[in-house]
Design a protein around this ligand. Structure first.
Ligand code: C2E
Ligand code: MG
Ligand code: MG
Length: 380
């Protein structure tokens, strides 16, 4: 659902007849988005409904939202008058957001209202959050847009420990948002939002840059600690990734062997051939690659061996019960063995107790990370 912002401005100055002309001019620009199967329809004097051809996922829908805003930002010619308009777009996806036209329209309308409330000239995908705690989430989203320029993000580092020697052998960079009113916000609460809005791309680059700078500082101080940086699937699938990573390494003066990148299965399985090519490119730069959160996705070894990873991080859900649950323990041991047979190093996440650490050490897990040794902490 697309609603023209501040239409009363035009009806006051140009007369009510113009609003129809305006809607027509806007519709003309929107028709191409409908393709063969889509439709543009007038809902009322300032709103249009647009049925789009099927999209792959929410990100693609978001891209279309951005593209429509961009298209409509070009001035319209209304019988010789140059008119500038903006709009508020609410998007709902079949079947996730509604299974019939009425519920979809309602959801799109709710999302459109949310876009209006945020000042217009924006698109908003419908989410359950909008109807439940819309205000909260939208405020968060709004402040997320400014968080980078206001330098509100900080990077914490969690040590990674070699289980045989007990030495710190690396760190993982974990971003936090230091919100002016809400305090420190966990990435679990804003990364999904950043992914949906596309903000994840500049954010991940900023974290990469910051972490490389920090690793360089440590190296210069005599601590040669590689830093592991998480990359969102969206960031990973952007073209030219290795070039951008290389540029950051050059700018910070960090040797590539001091950088590790962590990716989840979902980032690489979407488009395996391109993913393998990108991974090989990164690897040829001498950057290590870790598969994060192993055990939560498909977790198919036969599939994963196609991807050139150096290490595998076992998700903390497997580590949690390892000393109480014997099945869980058996799976963990099997994962370690299989990973080693594929020449992958194994890092256990979320180690919270001495018993867990002992278990992992006995079963030849290579490294661990977790609150038992240290929470993520500031660089100093
Ligand atoms: P992850 O990469 O699997 O990171 C490990 C998470 O486990 C971190 O949560 C860490 O604080 C937490 N953790 C570490 N040790 C323990 C433990 O002993 N017990 C428990 N219960 N938790 C432990 P955090 O920092 O909240 O990060 C959550 C997720 O957010 C990360 O999971 C990662 O997927 C994502 N993330 C964090 N920073 C970034 C970033 O810069 N870019 C992207 N794209 N994603 C990030
Ligand atoms: Mg990680
Ligand atoms: Mg993980």
């Amino acid at each position: 659902v697309l609603s023209l912002d501040h239409l009363d401005r035009f009806t006051h100055s140009l007369g009510p007849d113009y609003s129809d002309l305006l809607l027509q001019a806007v519709s003309d620009r929107l028709i191409p988005y409908g393709g063969e199967v889509g439709t543009v329809a007038r809902l009322n004097s300032e709103q249009l409904a647009l049925i789009l051809p099927p999209v792959l996922d929410r990100q693609e829908a978001a891209r279309i939202g951005r593209s429509i805003l961009e298209t409509l930002s070009q001035p319209l010619d209304l019988e010789g008058f140059e008119v500038f308009i903006t709009s508020s777009i609410g998007m709902a996806l079949y079947p996730d957001d509604g299974s019939d036209i009425d519920s979809l329209l309602k959801a799109a309308n709710t999302a459109m209202k949310a876009a209006q409330q945020l000042g217009g000239n924006r698109y908003q995908l419908y989410t359950a959050a909008i109807s439940e705690k819309s205000y909260d989430r939208l405020m968060l989203e709004m402040s997320l847009h400014h968080a980078l320029e206001r330098q509100e993000f900080v990077v914490y580092y969690q040590p990674q420990v070699d289980l045989q020697t007990g030495c710190i052998v690396g760190t993982e960079a974990l971003v936090r948002w230091q919100h002016p009113d809400r305090g420190l916000i966990s990435p679990l609460d804003f990364i999904p939002l950043a992914e949906e809005t596309g903000l994840i791309v500049p954010l991940d680059e900023w974290v990469l840059q910051t972490a490389c700078q920090q690793a360089r500082i440590w190296r210069d101080a005599g601590y040669g600690l590689p830093v592991a940086v998480n990359l969102s699937g969206i960031q990973f699938n952007q073209p030219g990734l290795s070039r951008r990573v290389l540029r950051i390494l050059e700018a910070t003066g960090l040797e590539p062997s001091y950088l590790k990148l962590e990716l989840t299965e979902s980032a690489v399985v979407r488009n395996p051939e391109t993913a393998i090519a990108t991974l090989l490119e990164l690897r040829s730069l001498d950057i290590e690659l870790s598969l994060d959160d192993f055990g939560t996705g498909y977790s198919s070894f036969s599939y994963l061996q196609q991807f050139p990873f150096d290490s595998l991080k076992i998700d903390r859900s497997f580590v949690r019960n390892v000393t109480q649950d014997s099945k869980n323990a058996a799976i963990l041991v099997a994962i370690i063995k299989l990973a080693h047979s594929l020449n992958l190093k194994v890092i256990a996440e979320g180690v919270e107790t001495e018993a867990q650490q002992e278990f992992l050490r006995q079963h030849q897990c290579d490294m661990m990370q977790g609150y038992y040794f240290s929470r993520p902490v500031t660089p100093d």
